[in-house]
Design a protein around this ligand. Structure first.
Ligand code: ZN
Length: 265
């Protein structure tokens, strides 16, 4: 309903150890959220007491029931992997068990010798969406957060299905916050590895818009409140090694920062 559209900036955070939801215009002005963010329009949210921002206590801002990934949505990234940009986006599923929050180490598994980062804009659904057109999809989006679609590239290259390459535990850092109801046509994405910029792109470089990608995903499977659509990665994917630090930044959302370790090491 257009009259419920919210135009201010709201960041939604989730803190451990109990999954406290807190929202505000900045990390310094958070209040406890007193409503279900998936049931109440952002403009009608009600709040309790002040919440102190604690970076170490951050969880991933949502716990998705499923994660739909989109492949080759940025033209230059398709070319850097030697793929022709497809006529239609490639969809895949990434296991929800791969989600971790900010500062949690990405653990490199022994099954892969080539794990790579893919900085991405993650879309969070507010409500159920089935076989939608792009404008219906727009109204069903709660907001966006930063994601790293960590990928075992060697496994992805040798297996026809992406599931294993994309779904190792810790392979989906999300956060630090959901930026609610952003301008989906004006987002920028920056990825750094050990402080060195590796990816920088705006959504205008995507072959399909965010709302088109979410609509497409909803025509493959019903999307539910809290589900996440990863909208693909621009050129500049980079291999990871133990000791690295990944940063995925979306201006307005914040910086998602995760160290890298070797599993069991
Ligand atoms: Zn990806």
């Amino acid at each position: 309903v257009p009259s419920e559209a919210y135009t201010g900036r709201v960041l939604l955070f989730r803190f451990g150890p109990e999954g406290l939801l807190a929202a505000g215009e900045t990390p310094e002005s958070l209040r406890e959220l007193r409503v279900d963010p998936f049931a109440t329009p952002v403009g009608r949210w009600s709040f309790g007491g002040e919440v102190a921002f604690e970076a170490e206590a951050l969880w991933a801002p949502i716990a998705p029931g499923k994660i739909v990934g989109v492949g080759r949505s940025y033209r230059e990234h398709a070319l850097e992997l030697g793929n022709e940009p497809p006529g239609e986006p490639i969809l895949f599923l990434k296991s929800p068990s791969s989600v971790v929050g900010p500062l949690v180490p990405v653990a490199l598994p022994p099954e892969s010798r080539q794990v790579e980062l893919e900085g991405e804009i993650a879309v969070v659904l507010r409500e159920r969406l089935c076989r939608a057109d792009p404008e219906t999809a727009r109204r069903a989006i709660l907001g966006v957060t930063a994601a790293c679609d960590v990928t075992a590239r060697d496994i992805q290259r040798r297996e026809p299905c992406f599931s294993r390459a994309k779904s190792f535990d810790t392979f989906c850092p999300l956060g630090p916050a959901v930026l609610c109801e952003p301008d989906l046509e004006a987002l920028e994405l920056i990825t750094r590895l050990n402080g060195v910029e590796r990816q920088r792109a705006t959504v205008s470089e995507m072959t399909w818009s965010i709302v088109e990608l979410v609509a497409l995903a909803s025509r493959a499977m019903t999307l539910e409140a809290g589900d996440v659509v990863l909208t693909g990665t621009p050129a500049g994917v980079a291999p990871l090694a133990a000791g690295d630090t990944i940063e995925v930044e979306i201006p307005g959302v914040g910086v998602l920062r995760n160290p890298v370790t070797r599993l069991g090491g």
